[in-house]
Design a protein around this ligand. Structure first.
Ligand SMILES: CC(C)(COP(=O)(O)OP(=O)(O)OC[C@H]1O[C@@H](n2cnc3c(N)ncnc32)[C@H](O)[C@@H]1OP(=O)(O)O)[C@@H](O)C(=O)NCCC(=O)NCCS
Length: 188
């Protein structure tokens, strides 16, 4: 994947000071980007951390820093208007050992939420998955995470209630399994 500069549209929710001149660049995460990710993580609200990780963790999980461009891939968005790189969002794709299914997860810096960046990152993950022959994407979402559900629905994911959430070790919230059949999507 080449570095890509993306002109962001400024949706209706965009507040007065954030105009359509905002720009982001999308590229693959590299091992040397650990600090960028850590800086973004340290800026996140407790709500964003809980929505993404289902727990109040205090640092980036190691496995999310170990990308390999093979099965554990991440795409990042950086703010292209700044002289130094600053991460605005990151999307992870973790491909199963048989290569057929992959877990997808997106995290957007609070400042950037609601401006279309999650949509850009999730579309990028779907493209990467398609290129690698992945047949289905899945993710786990808390039922009250309405923006994540809206984002998934918009891009064609179906949602199924997980009846026994304790299987996944989470007890505080009902969980949904989000699923996108990529082969079906291509045929449609
Ligand atoms: C969930 C998350 C990834 C969505 O990313 P985002 O950049 O905020 O989402 P987008 O701006 O692309 O919006 C996607 C859709 O969500 C809905 N949405 C998002 N923010 C919204 C808001 N403030 N008000 C109303 N609807 C909103 C809309 O339907 C929107 O589609 P539309 O703009 O075409 O109407 C982001 O909010 C986030 O990182 N949250 C914390 C971590 C998390 O929950 N991750 C997902 C679980 S893995």
């Amino acid at each position: 994947m080449q570095n890509r500069r993306v002109g962001m549209k400024c949706p209706r929710r965009c507040g007065g000071q954030h105009k359509s001149s905002e720009k982001i660049s999308i590229r693959l995460f590299r091992p040397e980007d650990r600090q960028l990710f850590t800086d973004m993580f340290n800026s996140l609200s407790r709500e964003s951390i809980y929505s993404r990780f289902f727990s109040r963790i205090r640092s980036v999980p190691d496995k999310l820093l170990k990308v390999d461009d093979d099965r554990n891939i991440a795409a990042i968005a950086t703010d292209a208007t700044l002289p130094e790189e600053k991460m605005s969002g990151i999307a992870h794709l973790m491909i199963n050992s048989d290569g057929k299914e992959a877990e997808a997860a997106v995290l957007v810096r609070d400042f950037w939420q609601g401006k279309g960046l999650g949509t850009v990152l999730l579309k990028q993950l779907i493209t990467i998955a398609e290129e690698r022959g992945v047949e289905a994407l899945w993710g786990i979402v808390q039922i009250e995470n309405i923006h994540s559900i809206a984002l998934g629905r918009k891009l064609g994911f179906s949602f199924f209630l997980i009846s026994d959430a304790s299987v996944h070790g989470f007890h505080n919230s009902a969980l949904l399994n989000a699923r996108l059949e990529i082969l079906n999507k291509k045929k449609a």
